[in-house]
Write a protein that binds this ligand. Sequence first.
Ligand code: DGY
Length: 340
Amino acid sequence: MTAGQTHRVLVAIPMFESVLARLQAVFDLDAPCAADRHIDWTPQTLAERLQGCAGLLLAATPRVDAALLDACPELRAVCSMAVGYNNIDLDACTARGVLVTNAPDVLTETTADFGFALMMATARRISEAEHYLRAGRWTHWSYDFFAGADVHGTTLGVLGMGRIGQAIARRAALGFGMPVIYHNRSRLDPAVEQQLGARWVSKDDLLRQADHLVIVVPYSPASHHMVAAAELALMKPGATLTNIARGGVVDDAALAAALRQRTIAAAGLDVFEGEPAVHPELLGLPNVVLTPHIASASGPTRRAMADLAATNLIAALGLGPTPGRPLTPLNPQVLAAAGD
Ligand code: DGY
């Protein structure tokens, strides 16, 4: 780039007007979705649109892989407003010197609120009861009318004890008097365990002992179908499963079978294998609460996520108050190499 030229960047997702204005002030901006238009990118349409672009702003979609990077050699920065980045091939980006950033921290508490709410709605059959009422079927009361499972005082199992898992554990322990058990590749510092009142157990023990299992583990080839038929078979018949992690961590077909056969009581799902498609059997089951990947969707949090992604993009392309120093890089070695 020569002096006076501005970088071209593509915002591939619908975006706040104020964030687009920030980006427009410093970049040659291509924002085909503007504020509200979703584009179903194919690898080809995305590669075509990215020609000549140095930066890309996205979220949990679209996909960025080696083939796309090879087709777009001018791309220098991929900045996501999501915390999960399984749609981005980080190794392929690093190998090509493309900086990747995500948006951790700003969504932790909001996502934990939602995970807890979904777990409670699942245990207390809130969606099922609401559908019943809206359908005009409420004519009587009975002692077992929509009787569900208790949440307070029961055992919470957290699979994946990162920032969001810990925020859920805090809510459970402090607000609901729940003993918390967790499974994670690495154990928390004992002081943090003590603060959360959380106890590490093996994955099998987690599945066997939890009354309410909440899944918050990032998606990777290693976590693919981490909860499938064999794992579901270990769970208590009265247990619930809540997935706010990523589709693919749970085997949705096996889960649908377990819910149909009532080998577990209920599930709350915000993420799905192959979303936005949902396993057809799940759609027909009463004992599952289904939401369209909205765990981080509070107004202020979505704004904070978008602002962080924009700040990262501006810094990653050498502009703004911290040029060359994005706040939340995933592959900072690219920055170090560029500074050599
Ligand atoms: C995230 O940030 O990863 C949320 O799941 C939204 O995509």
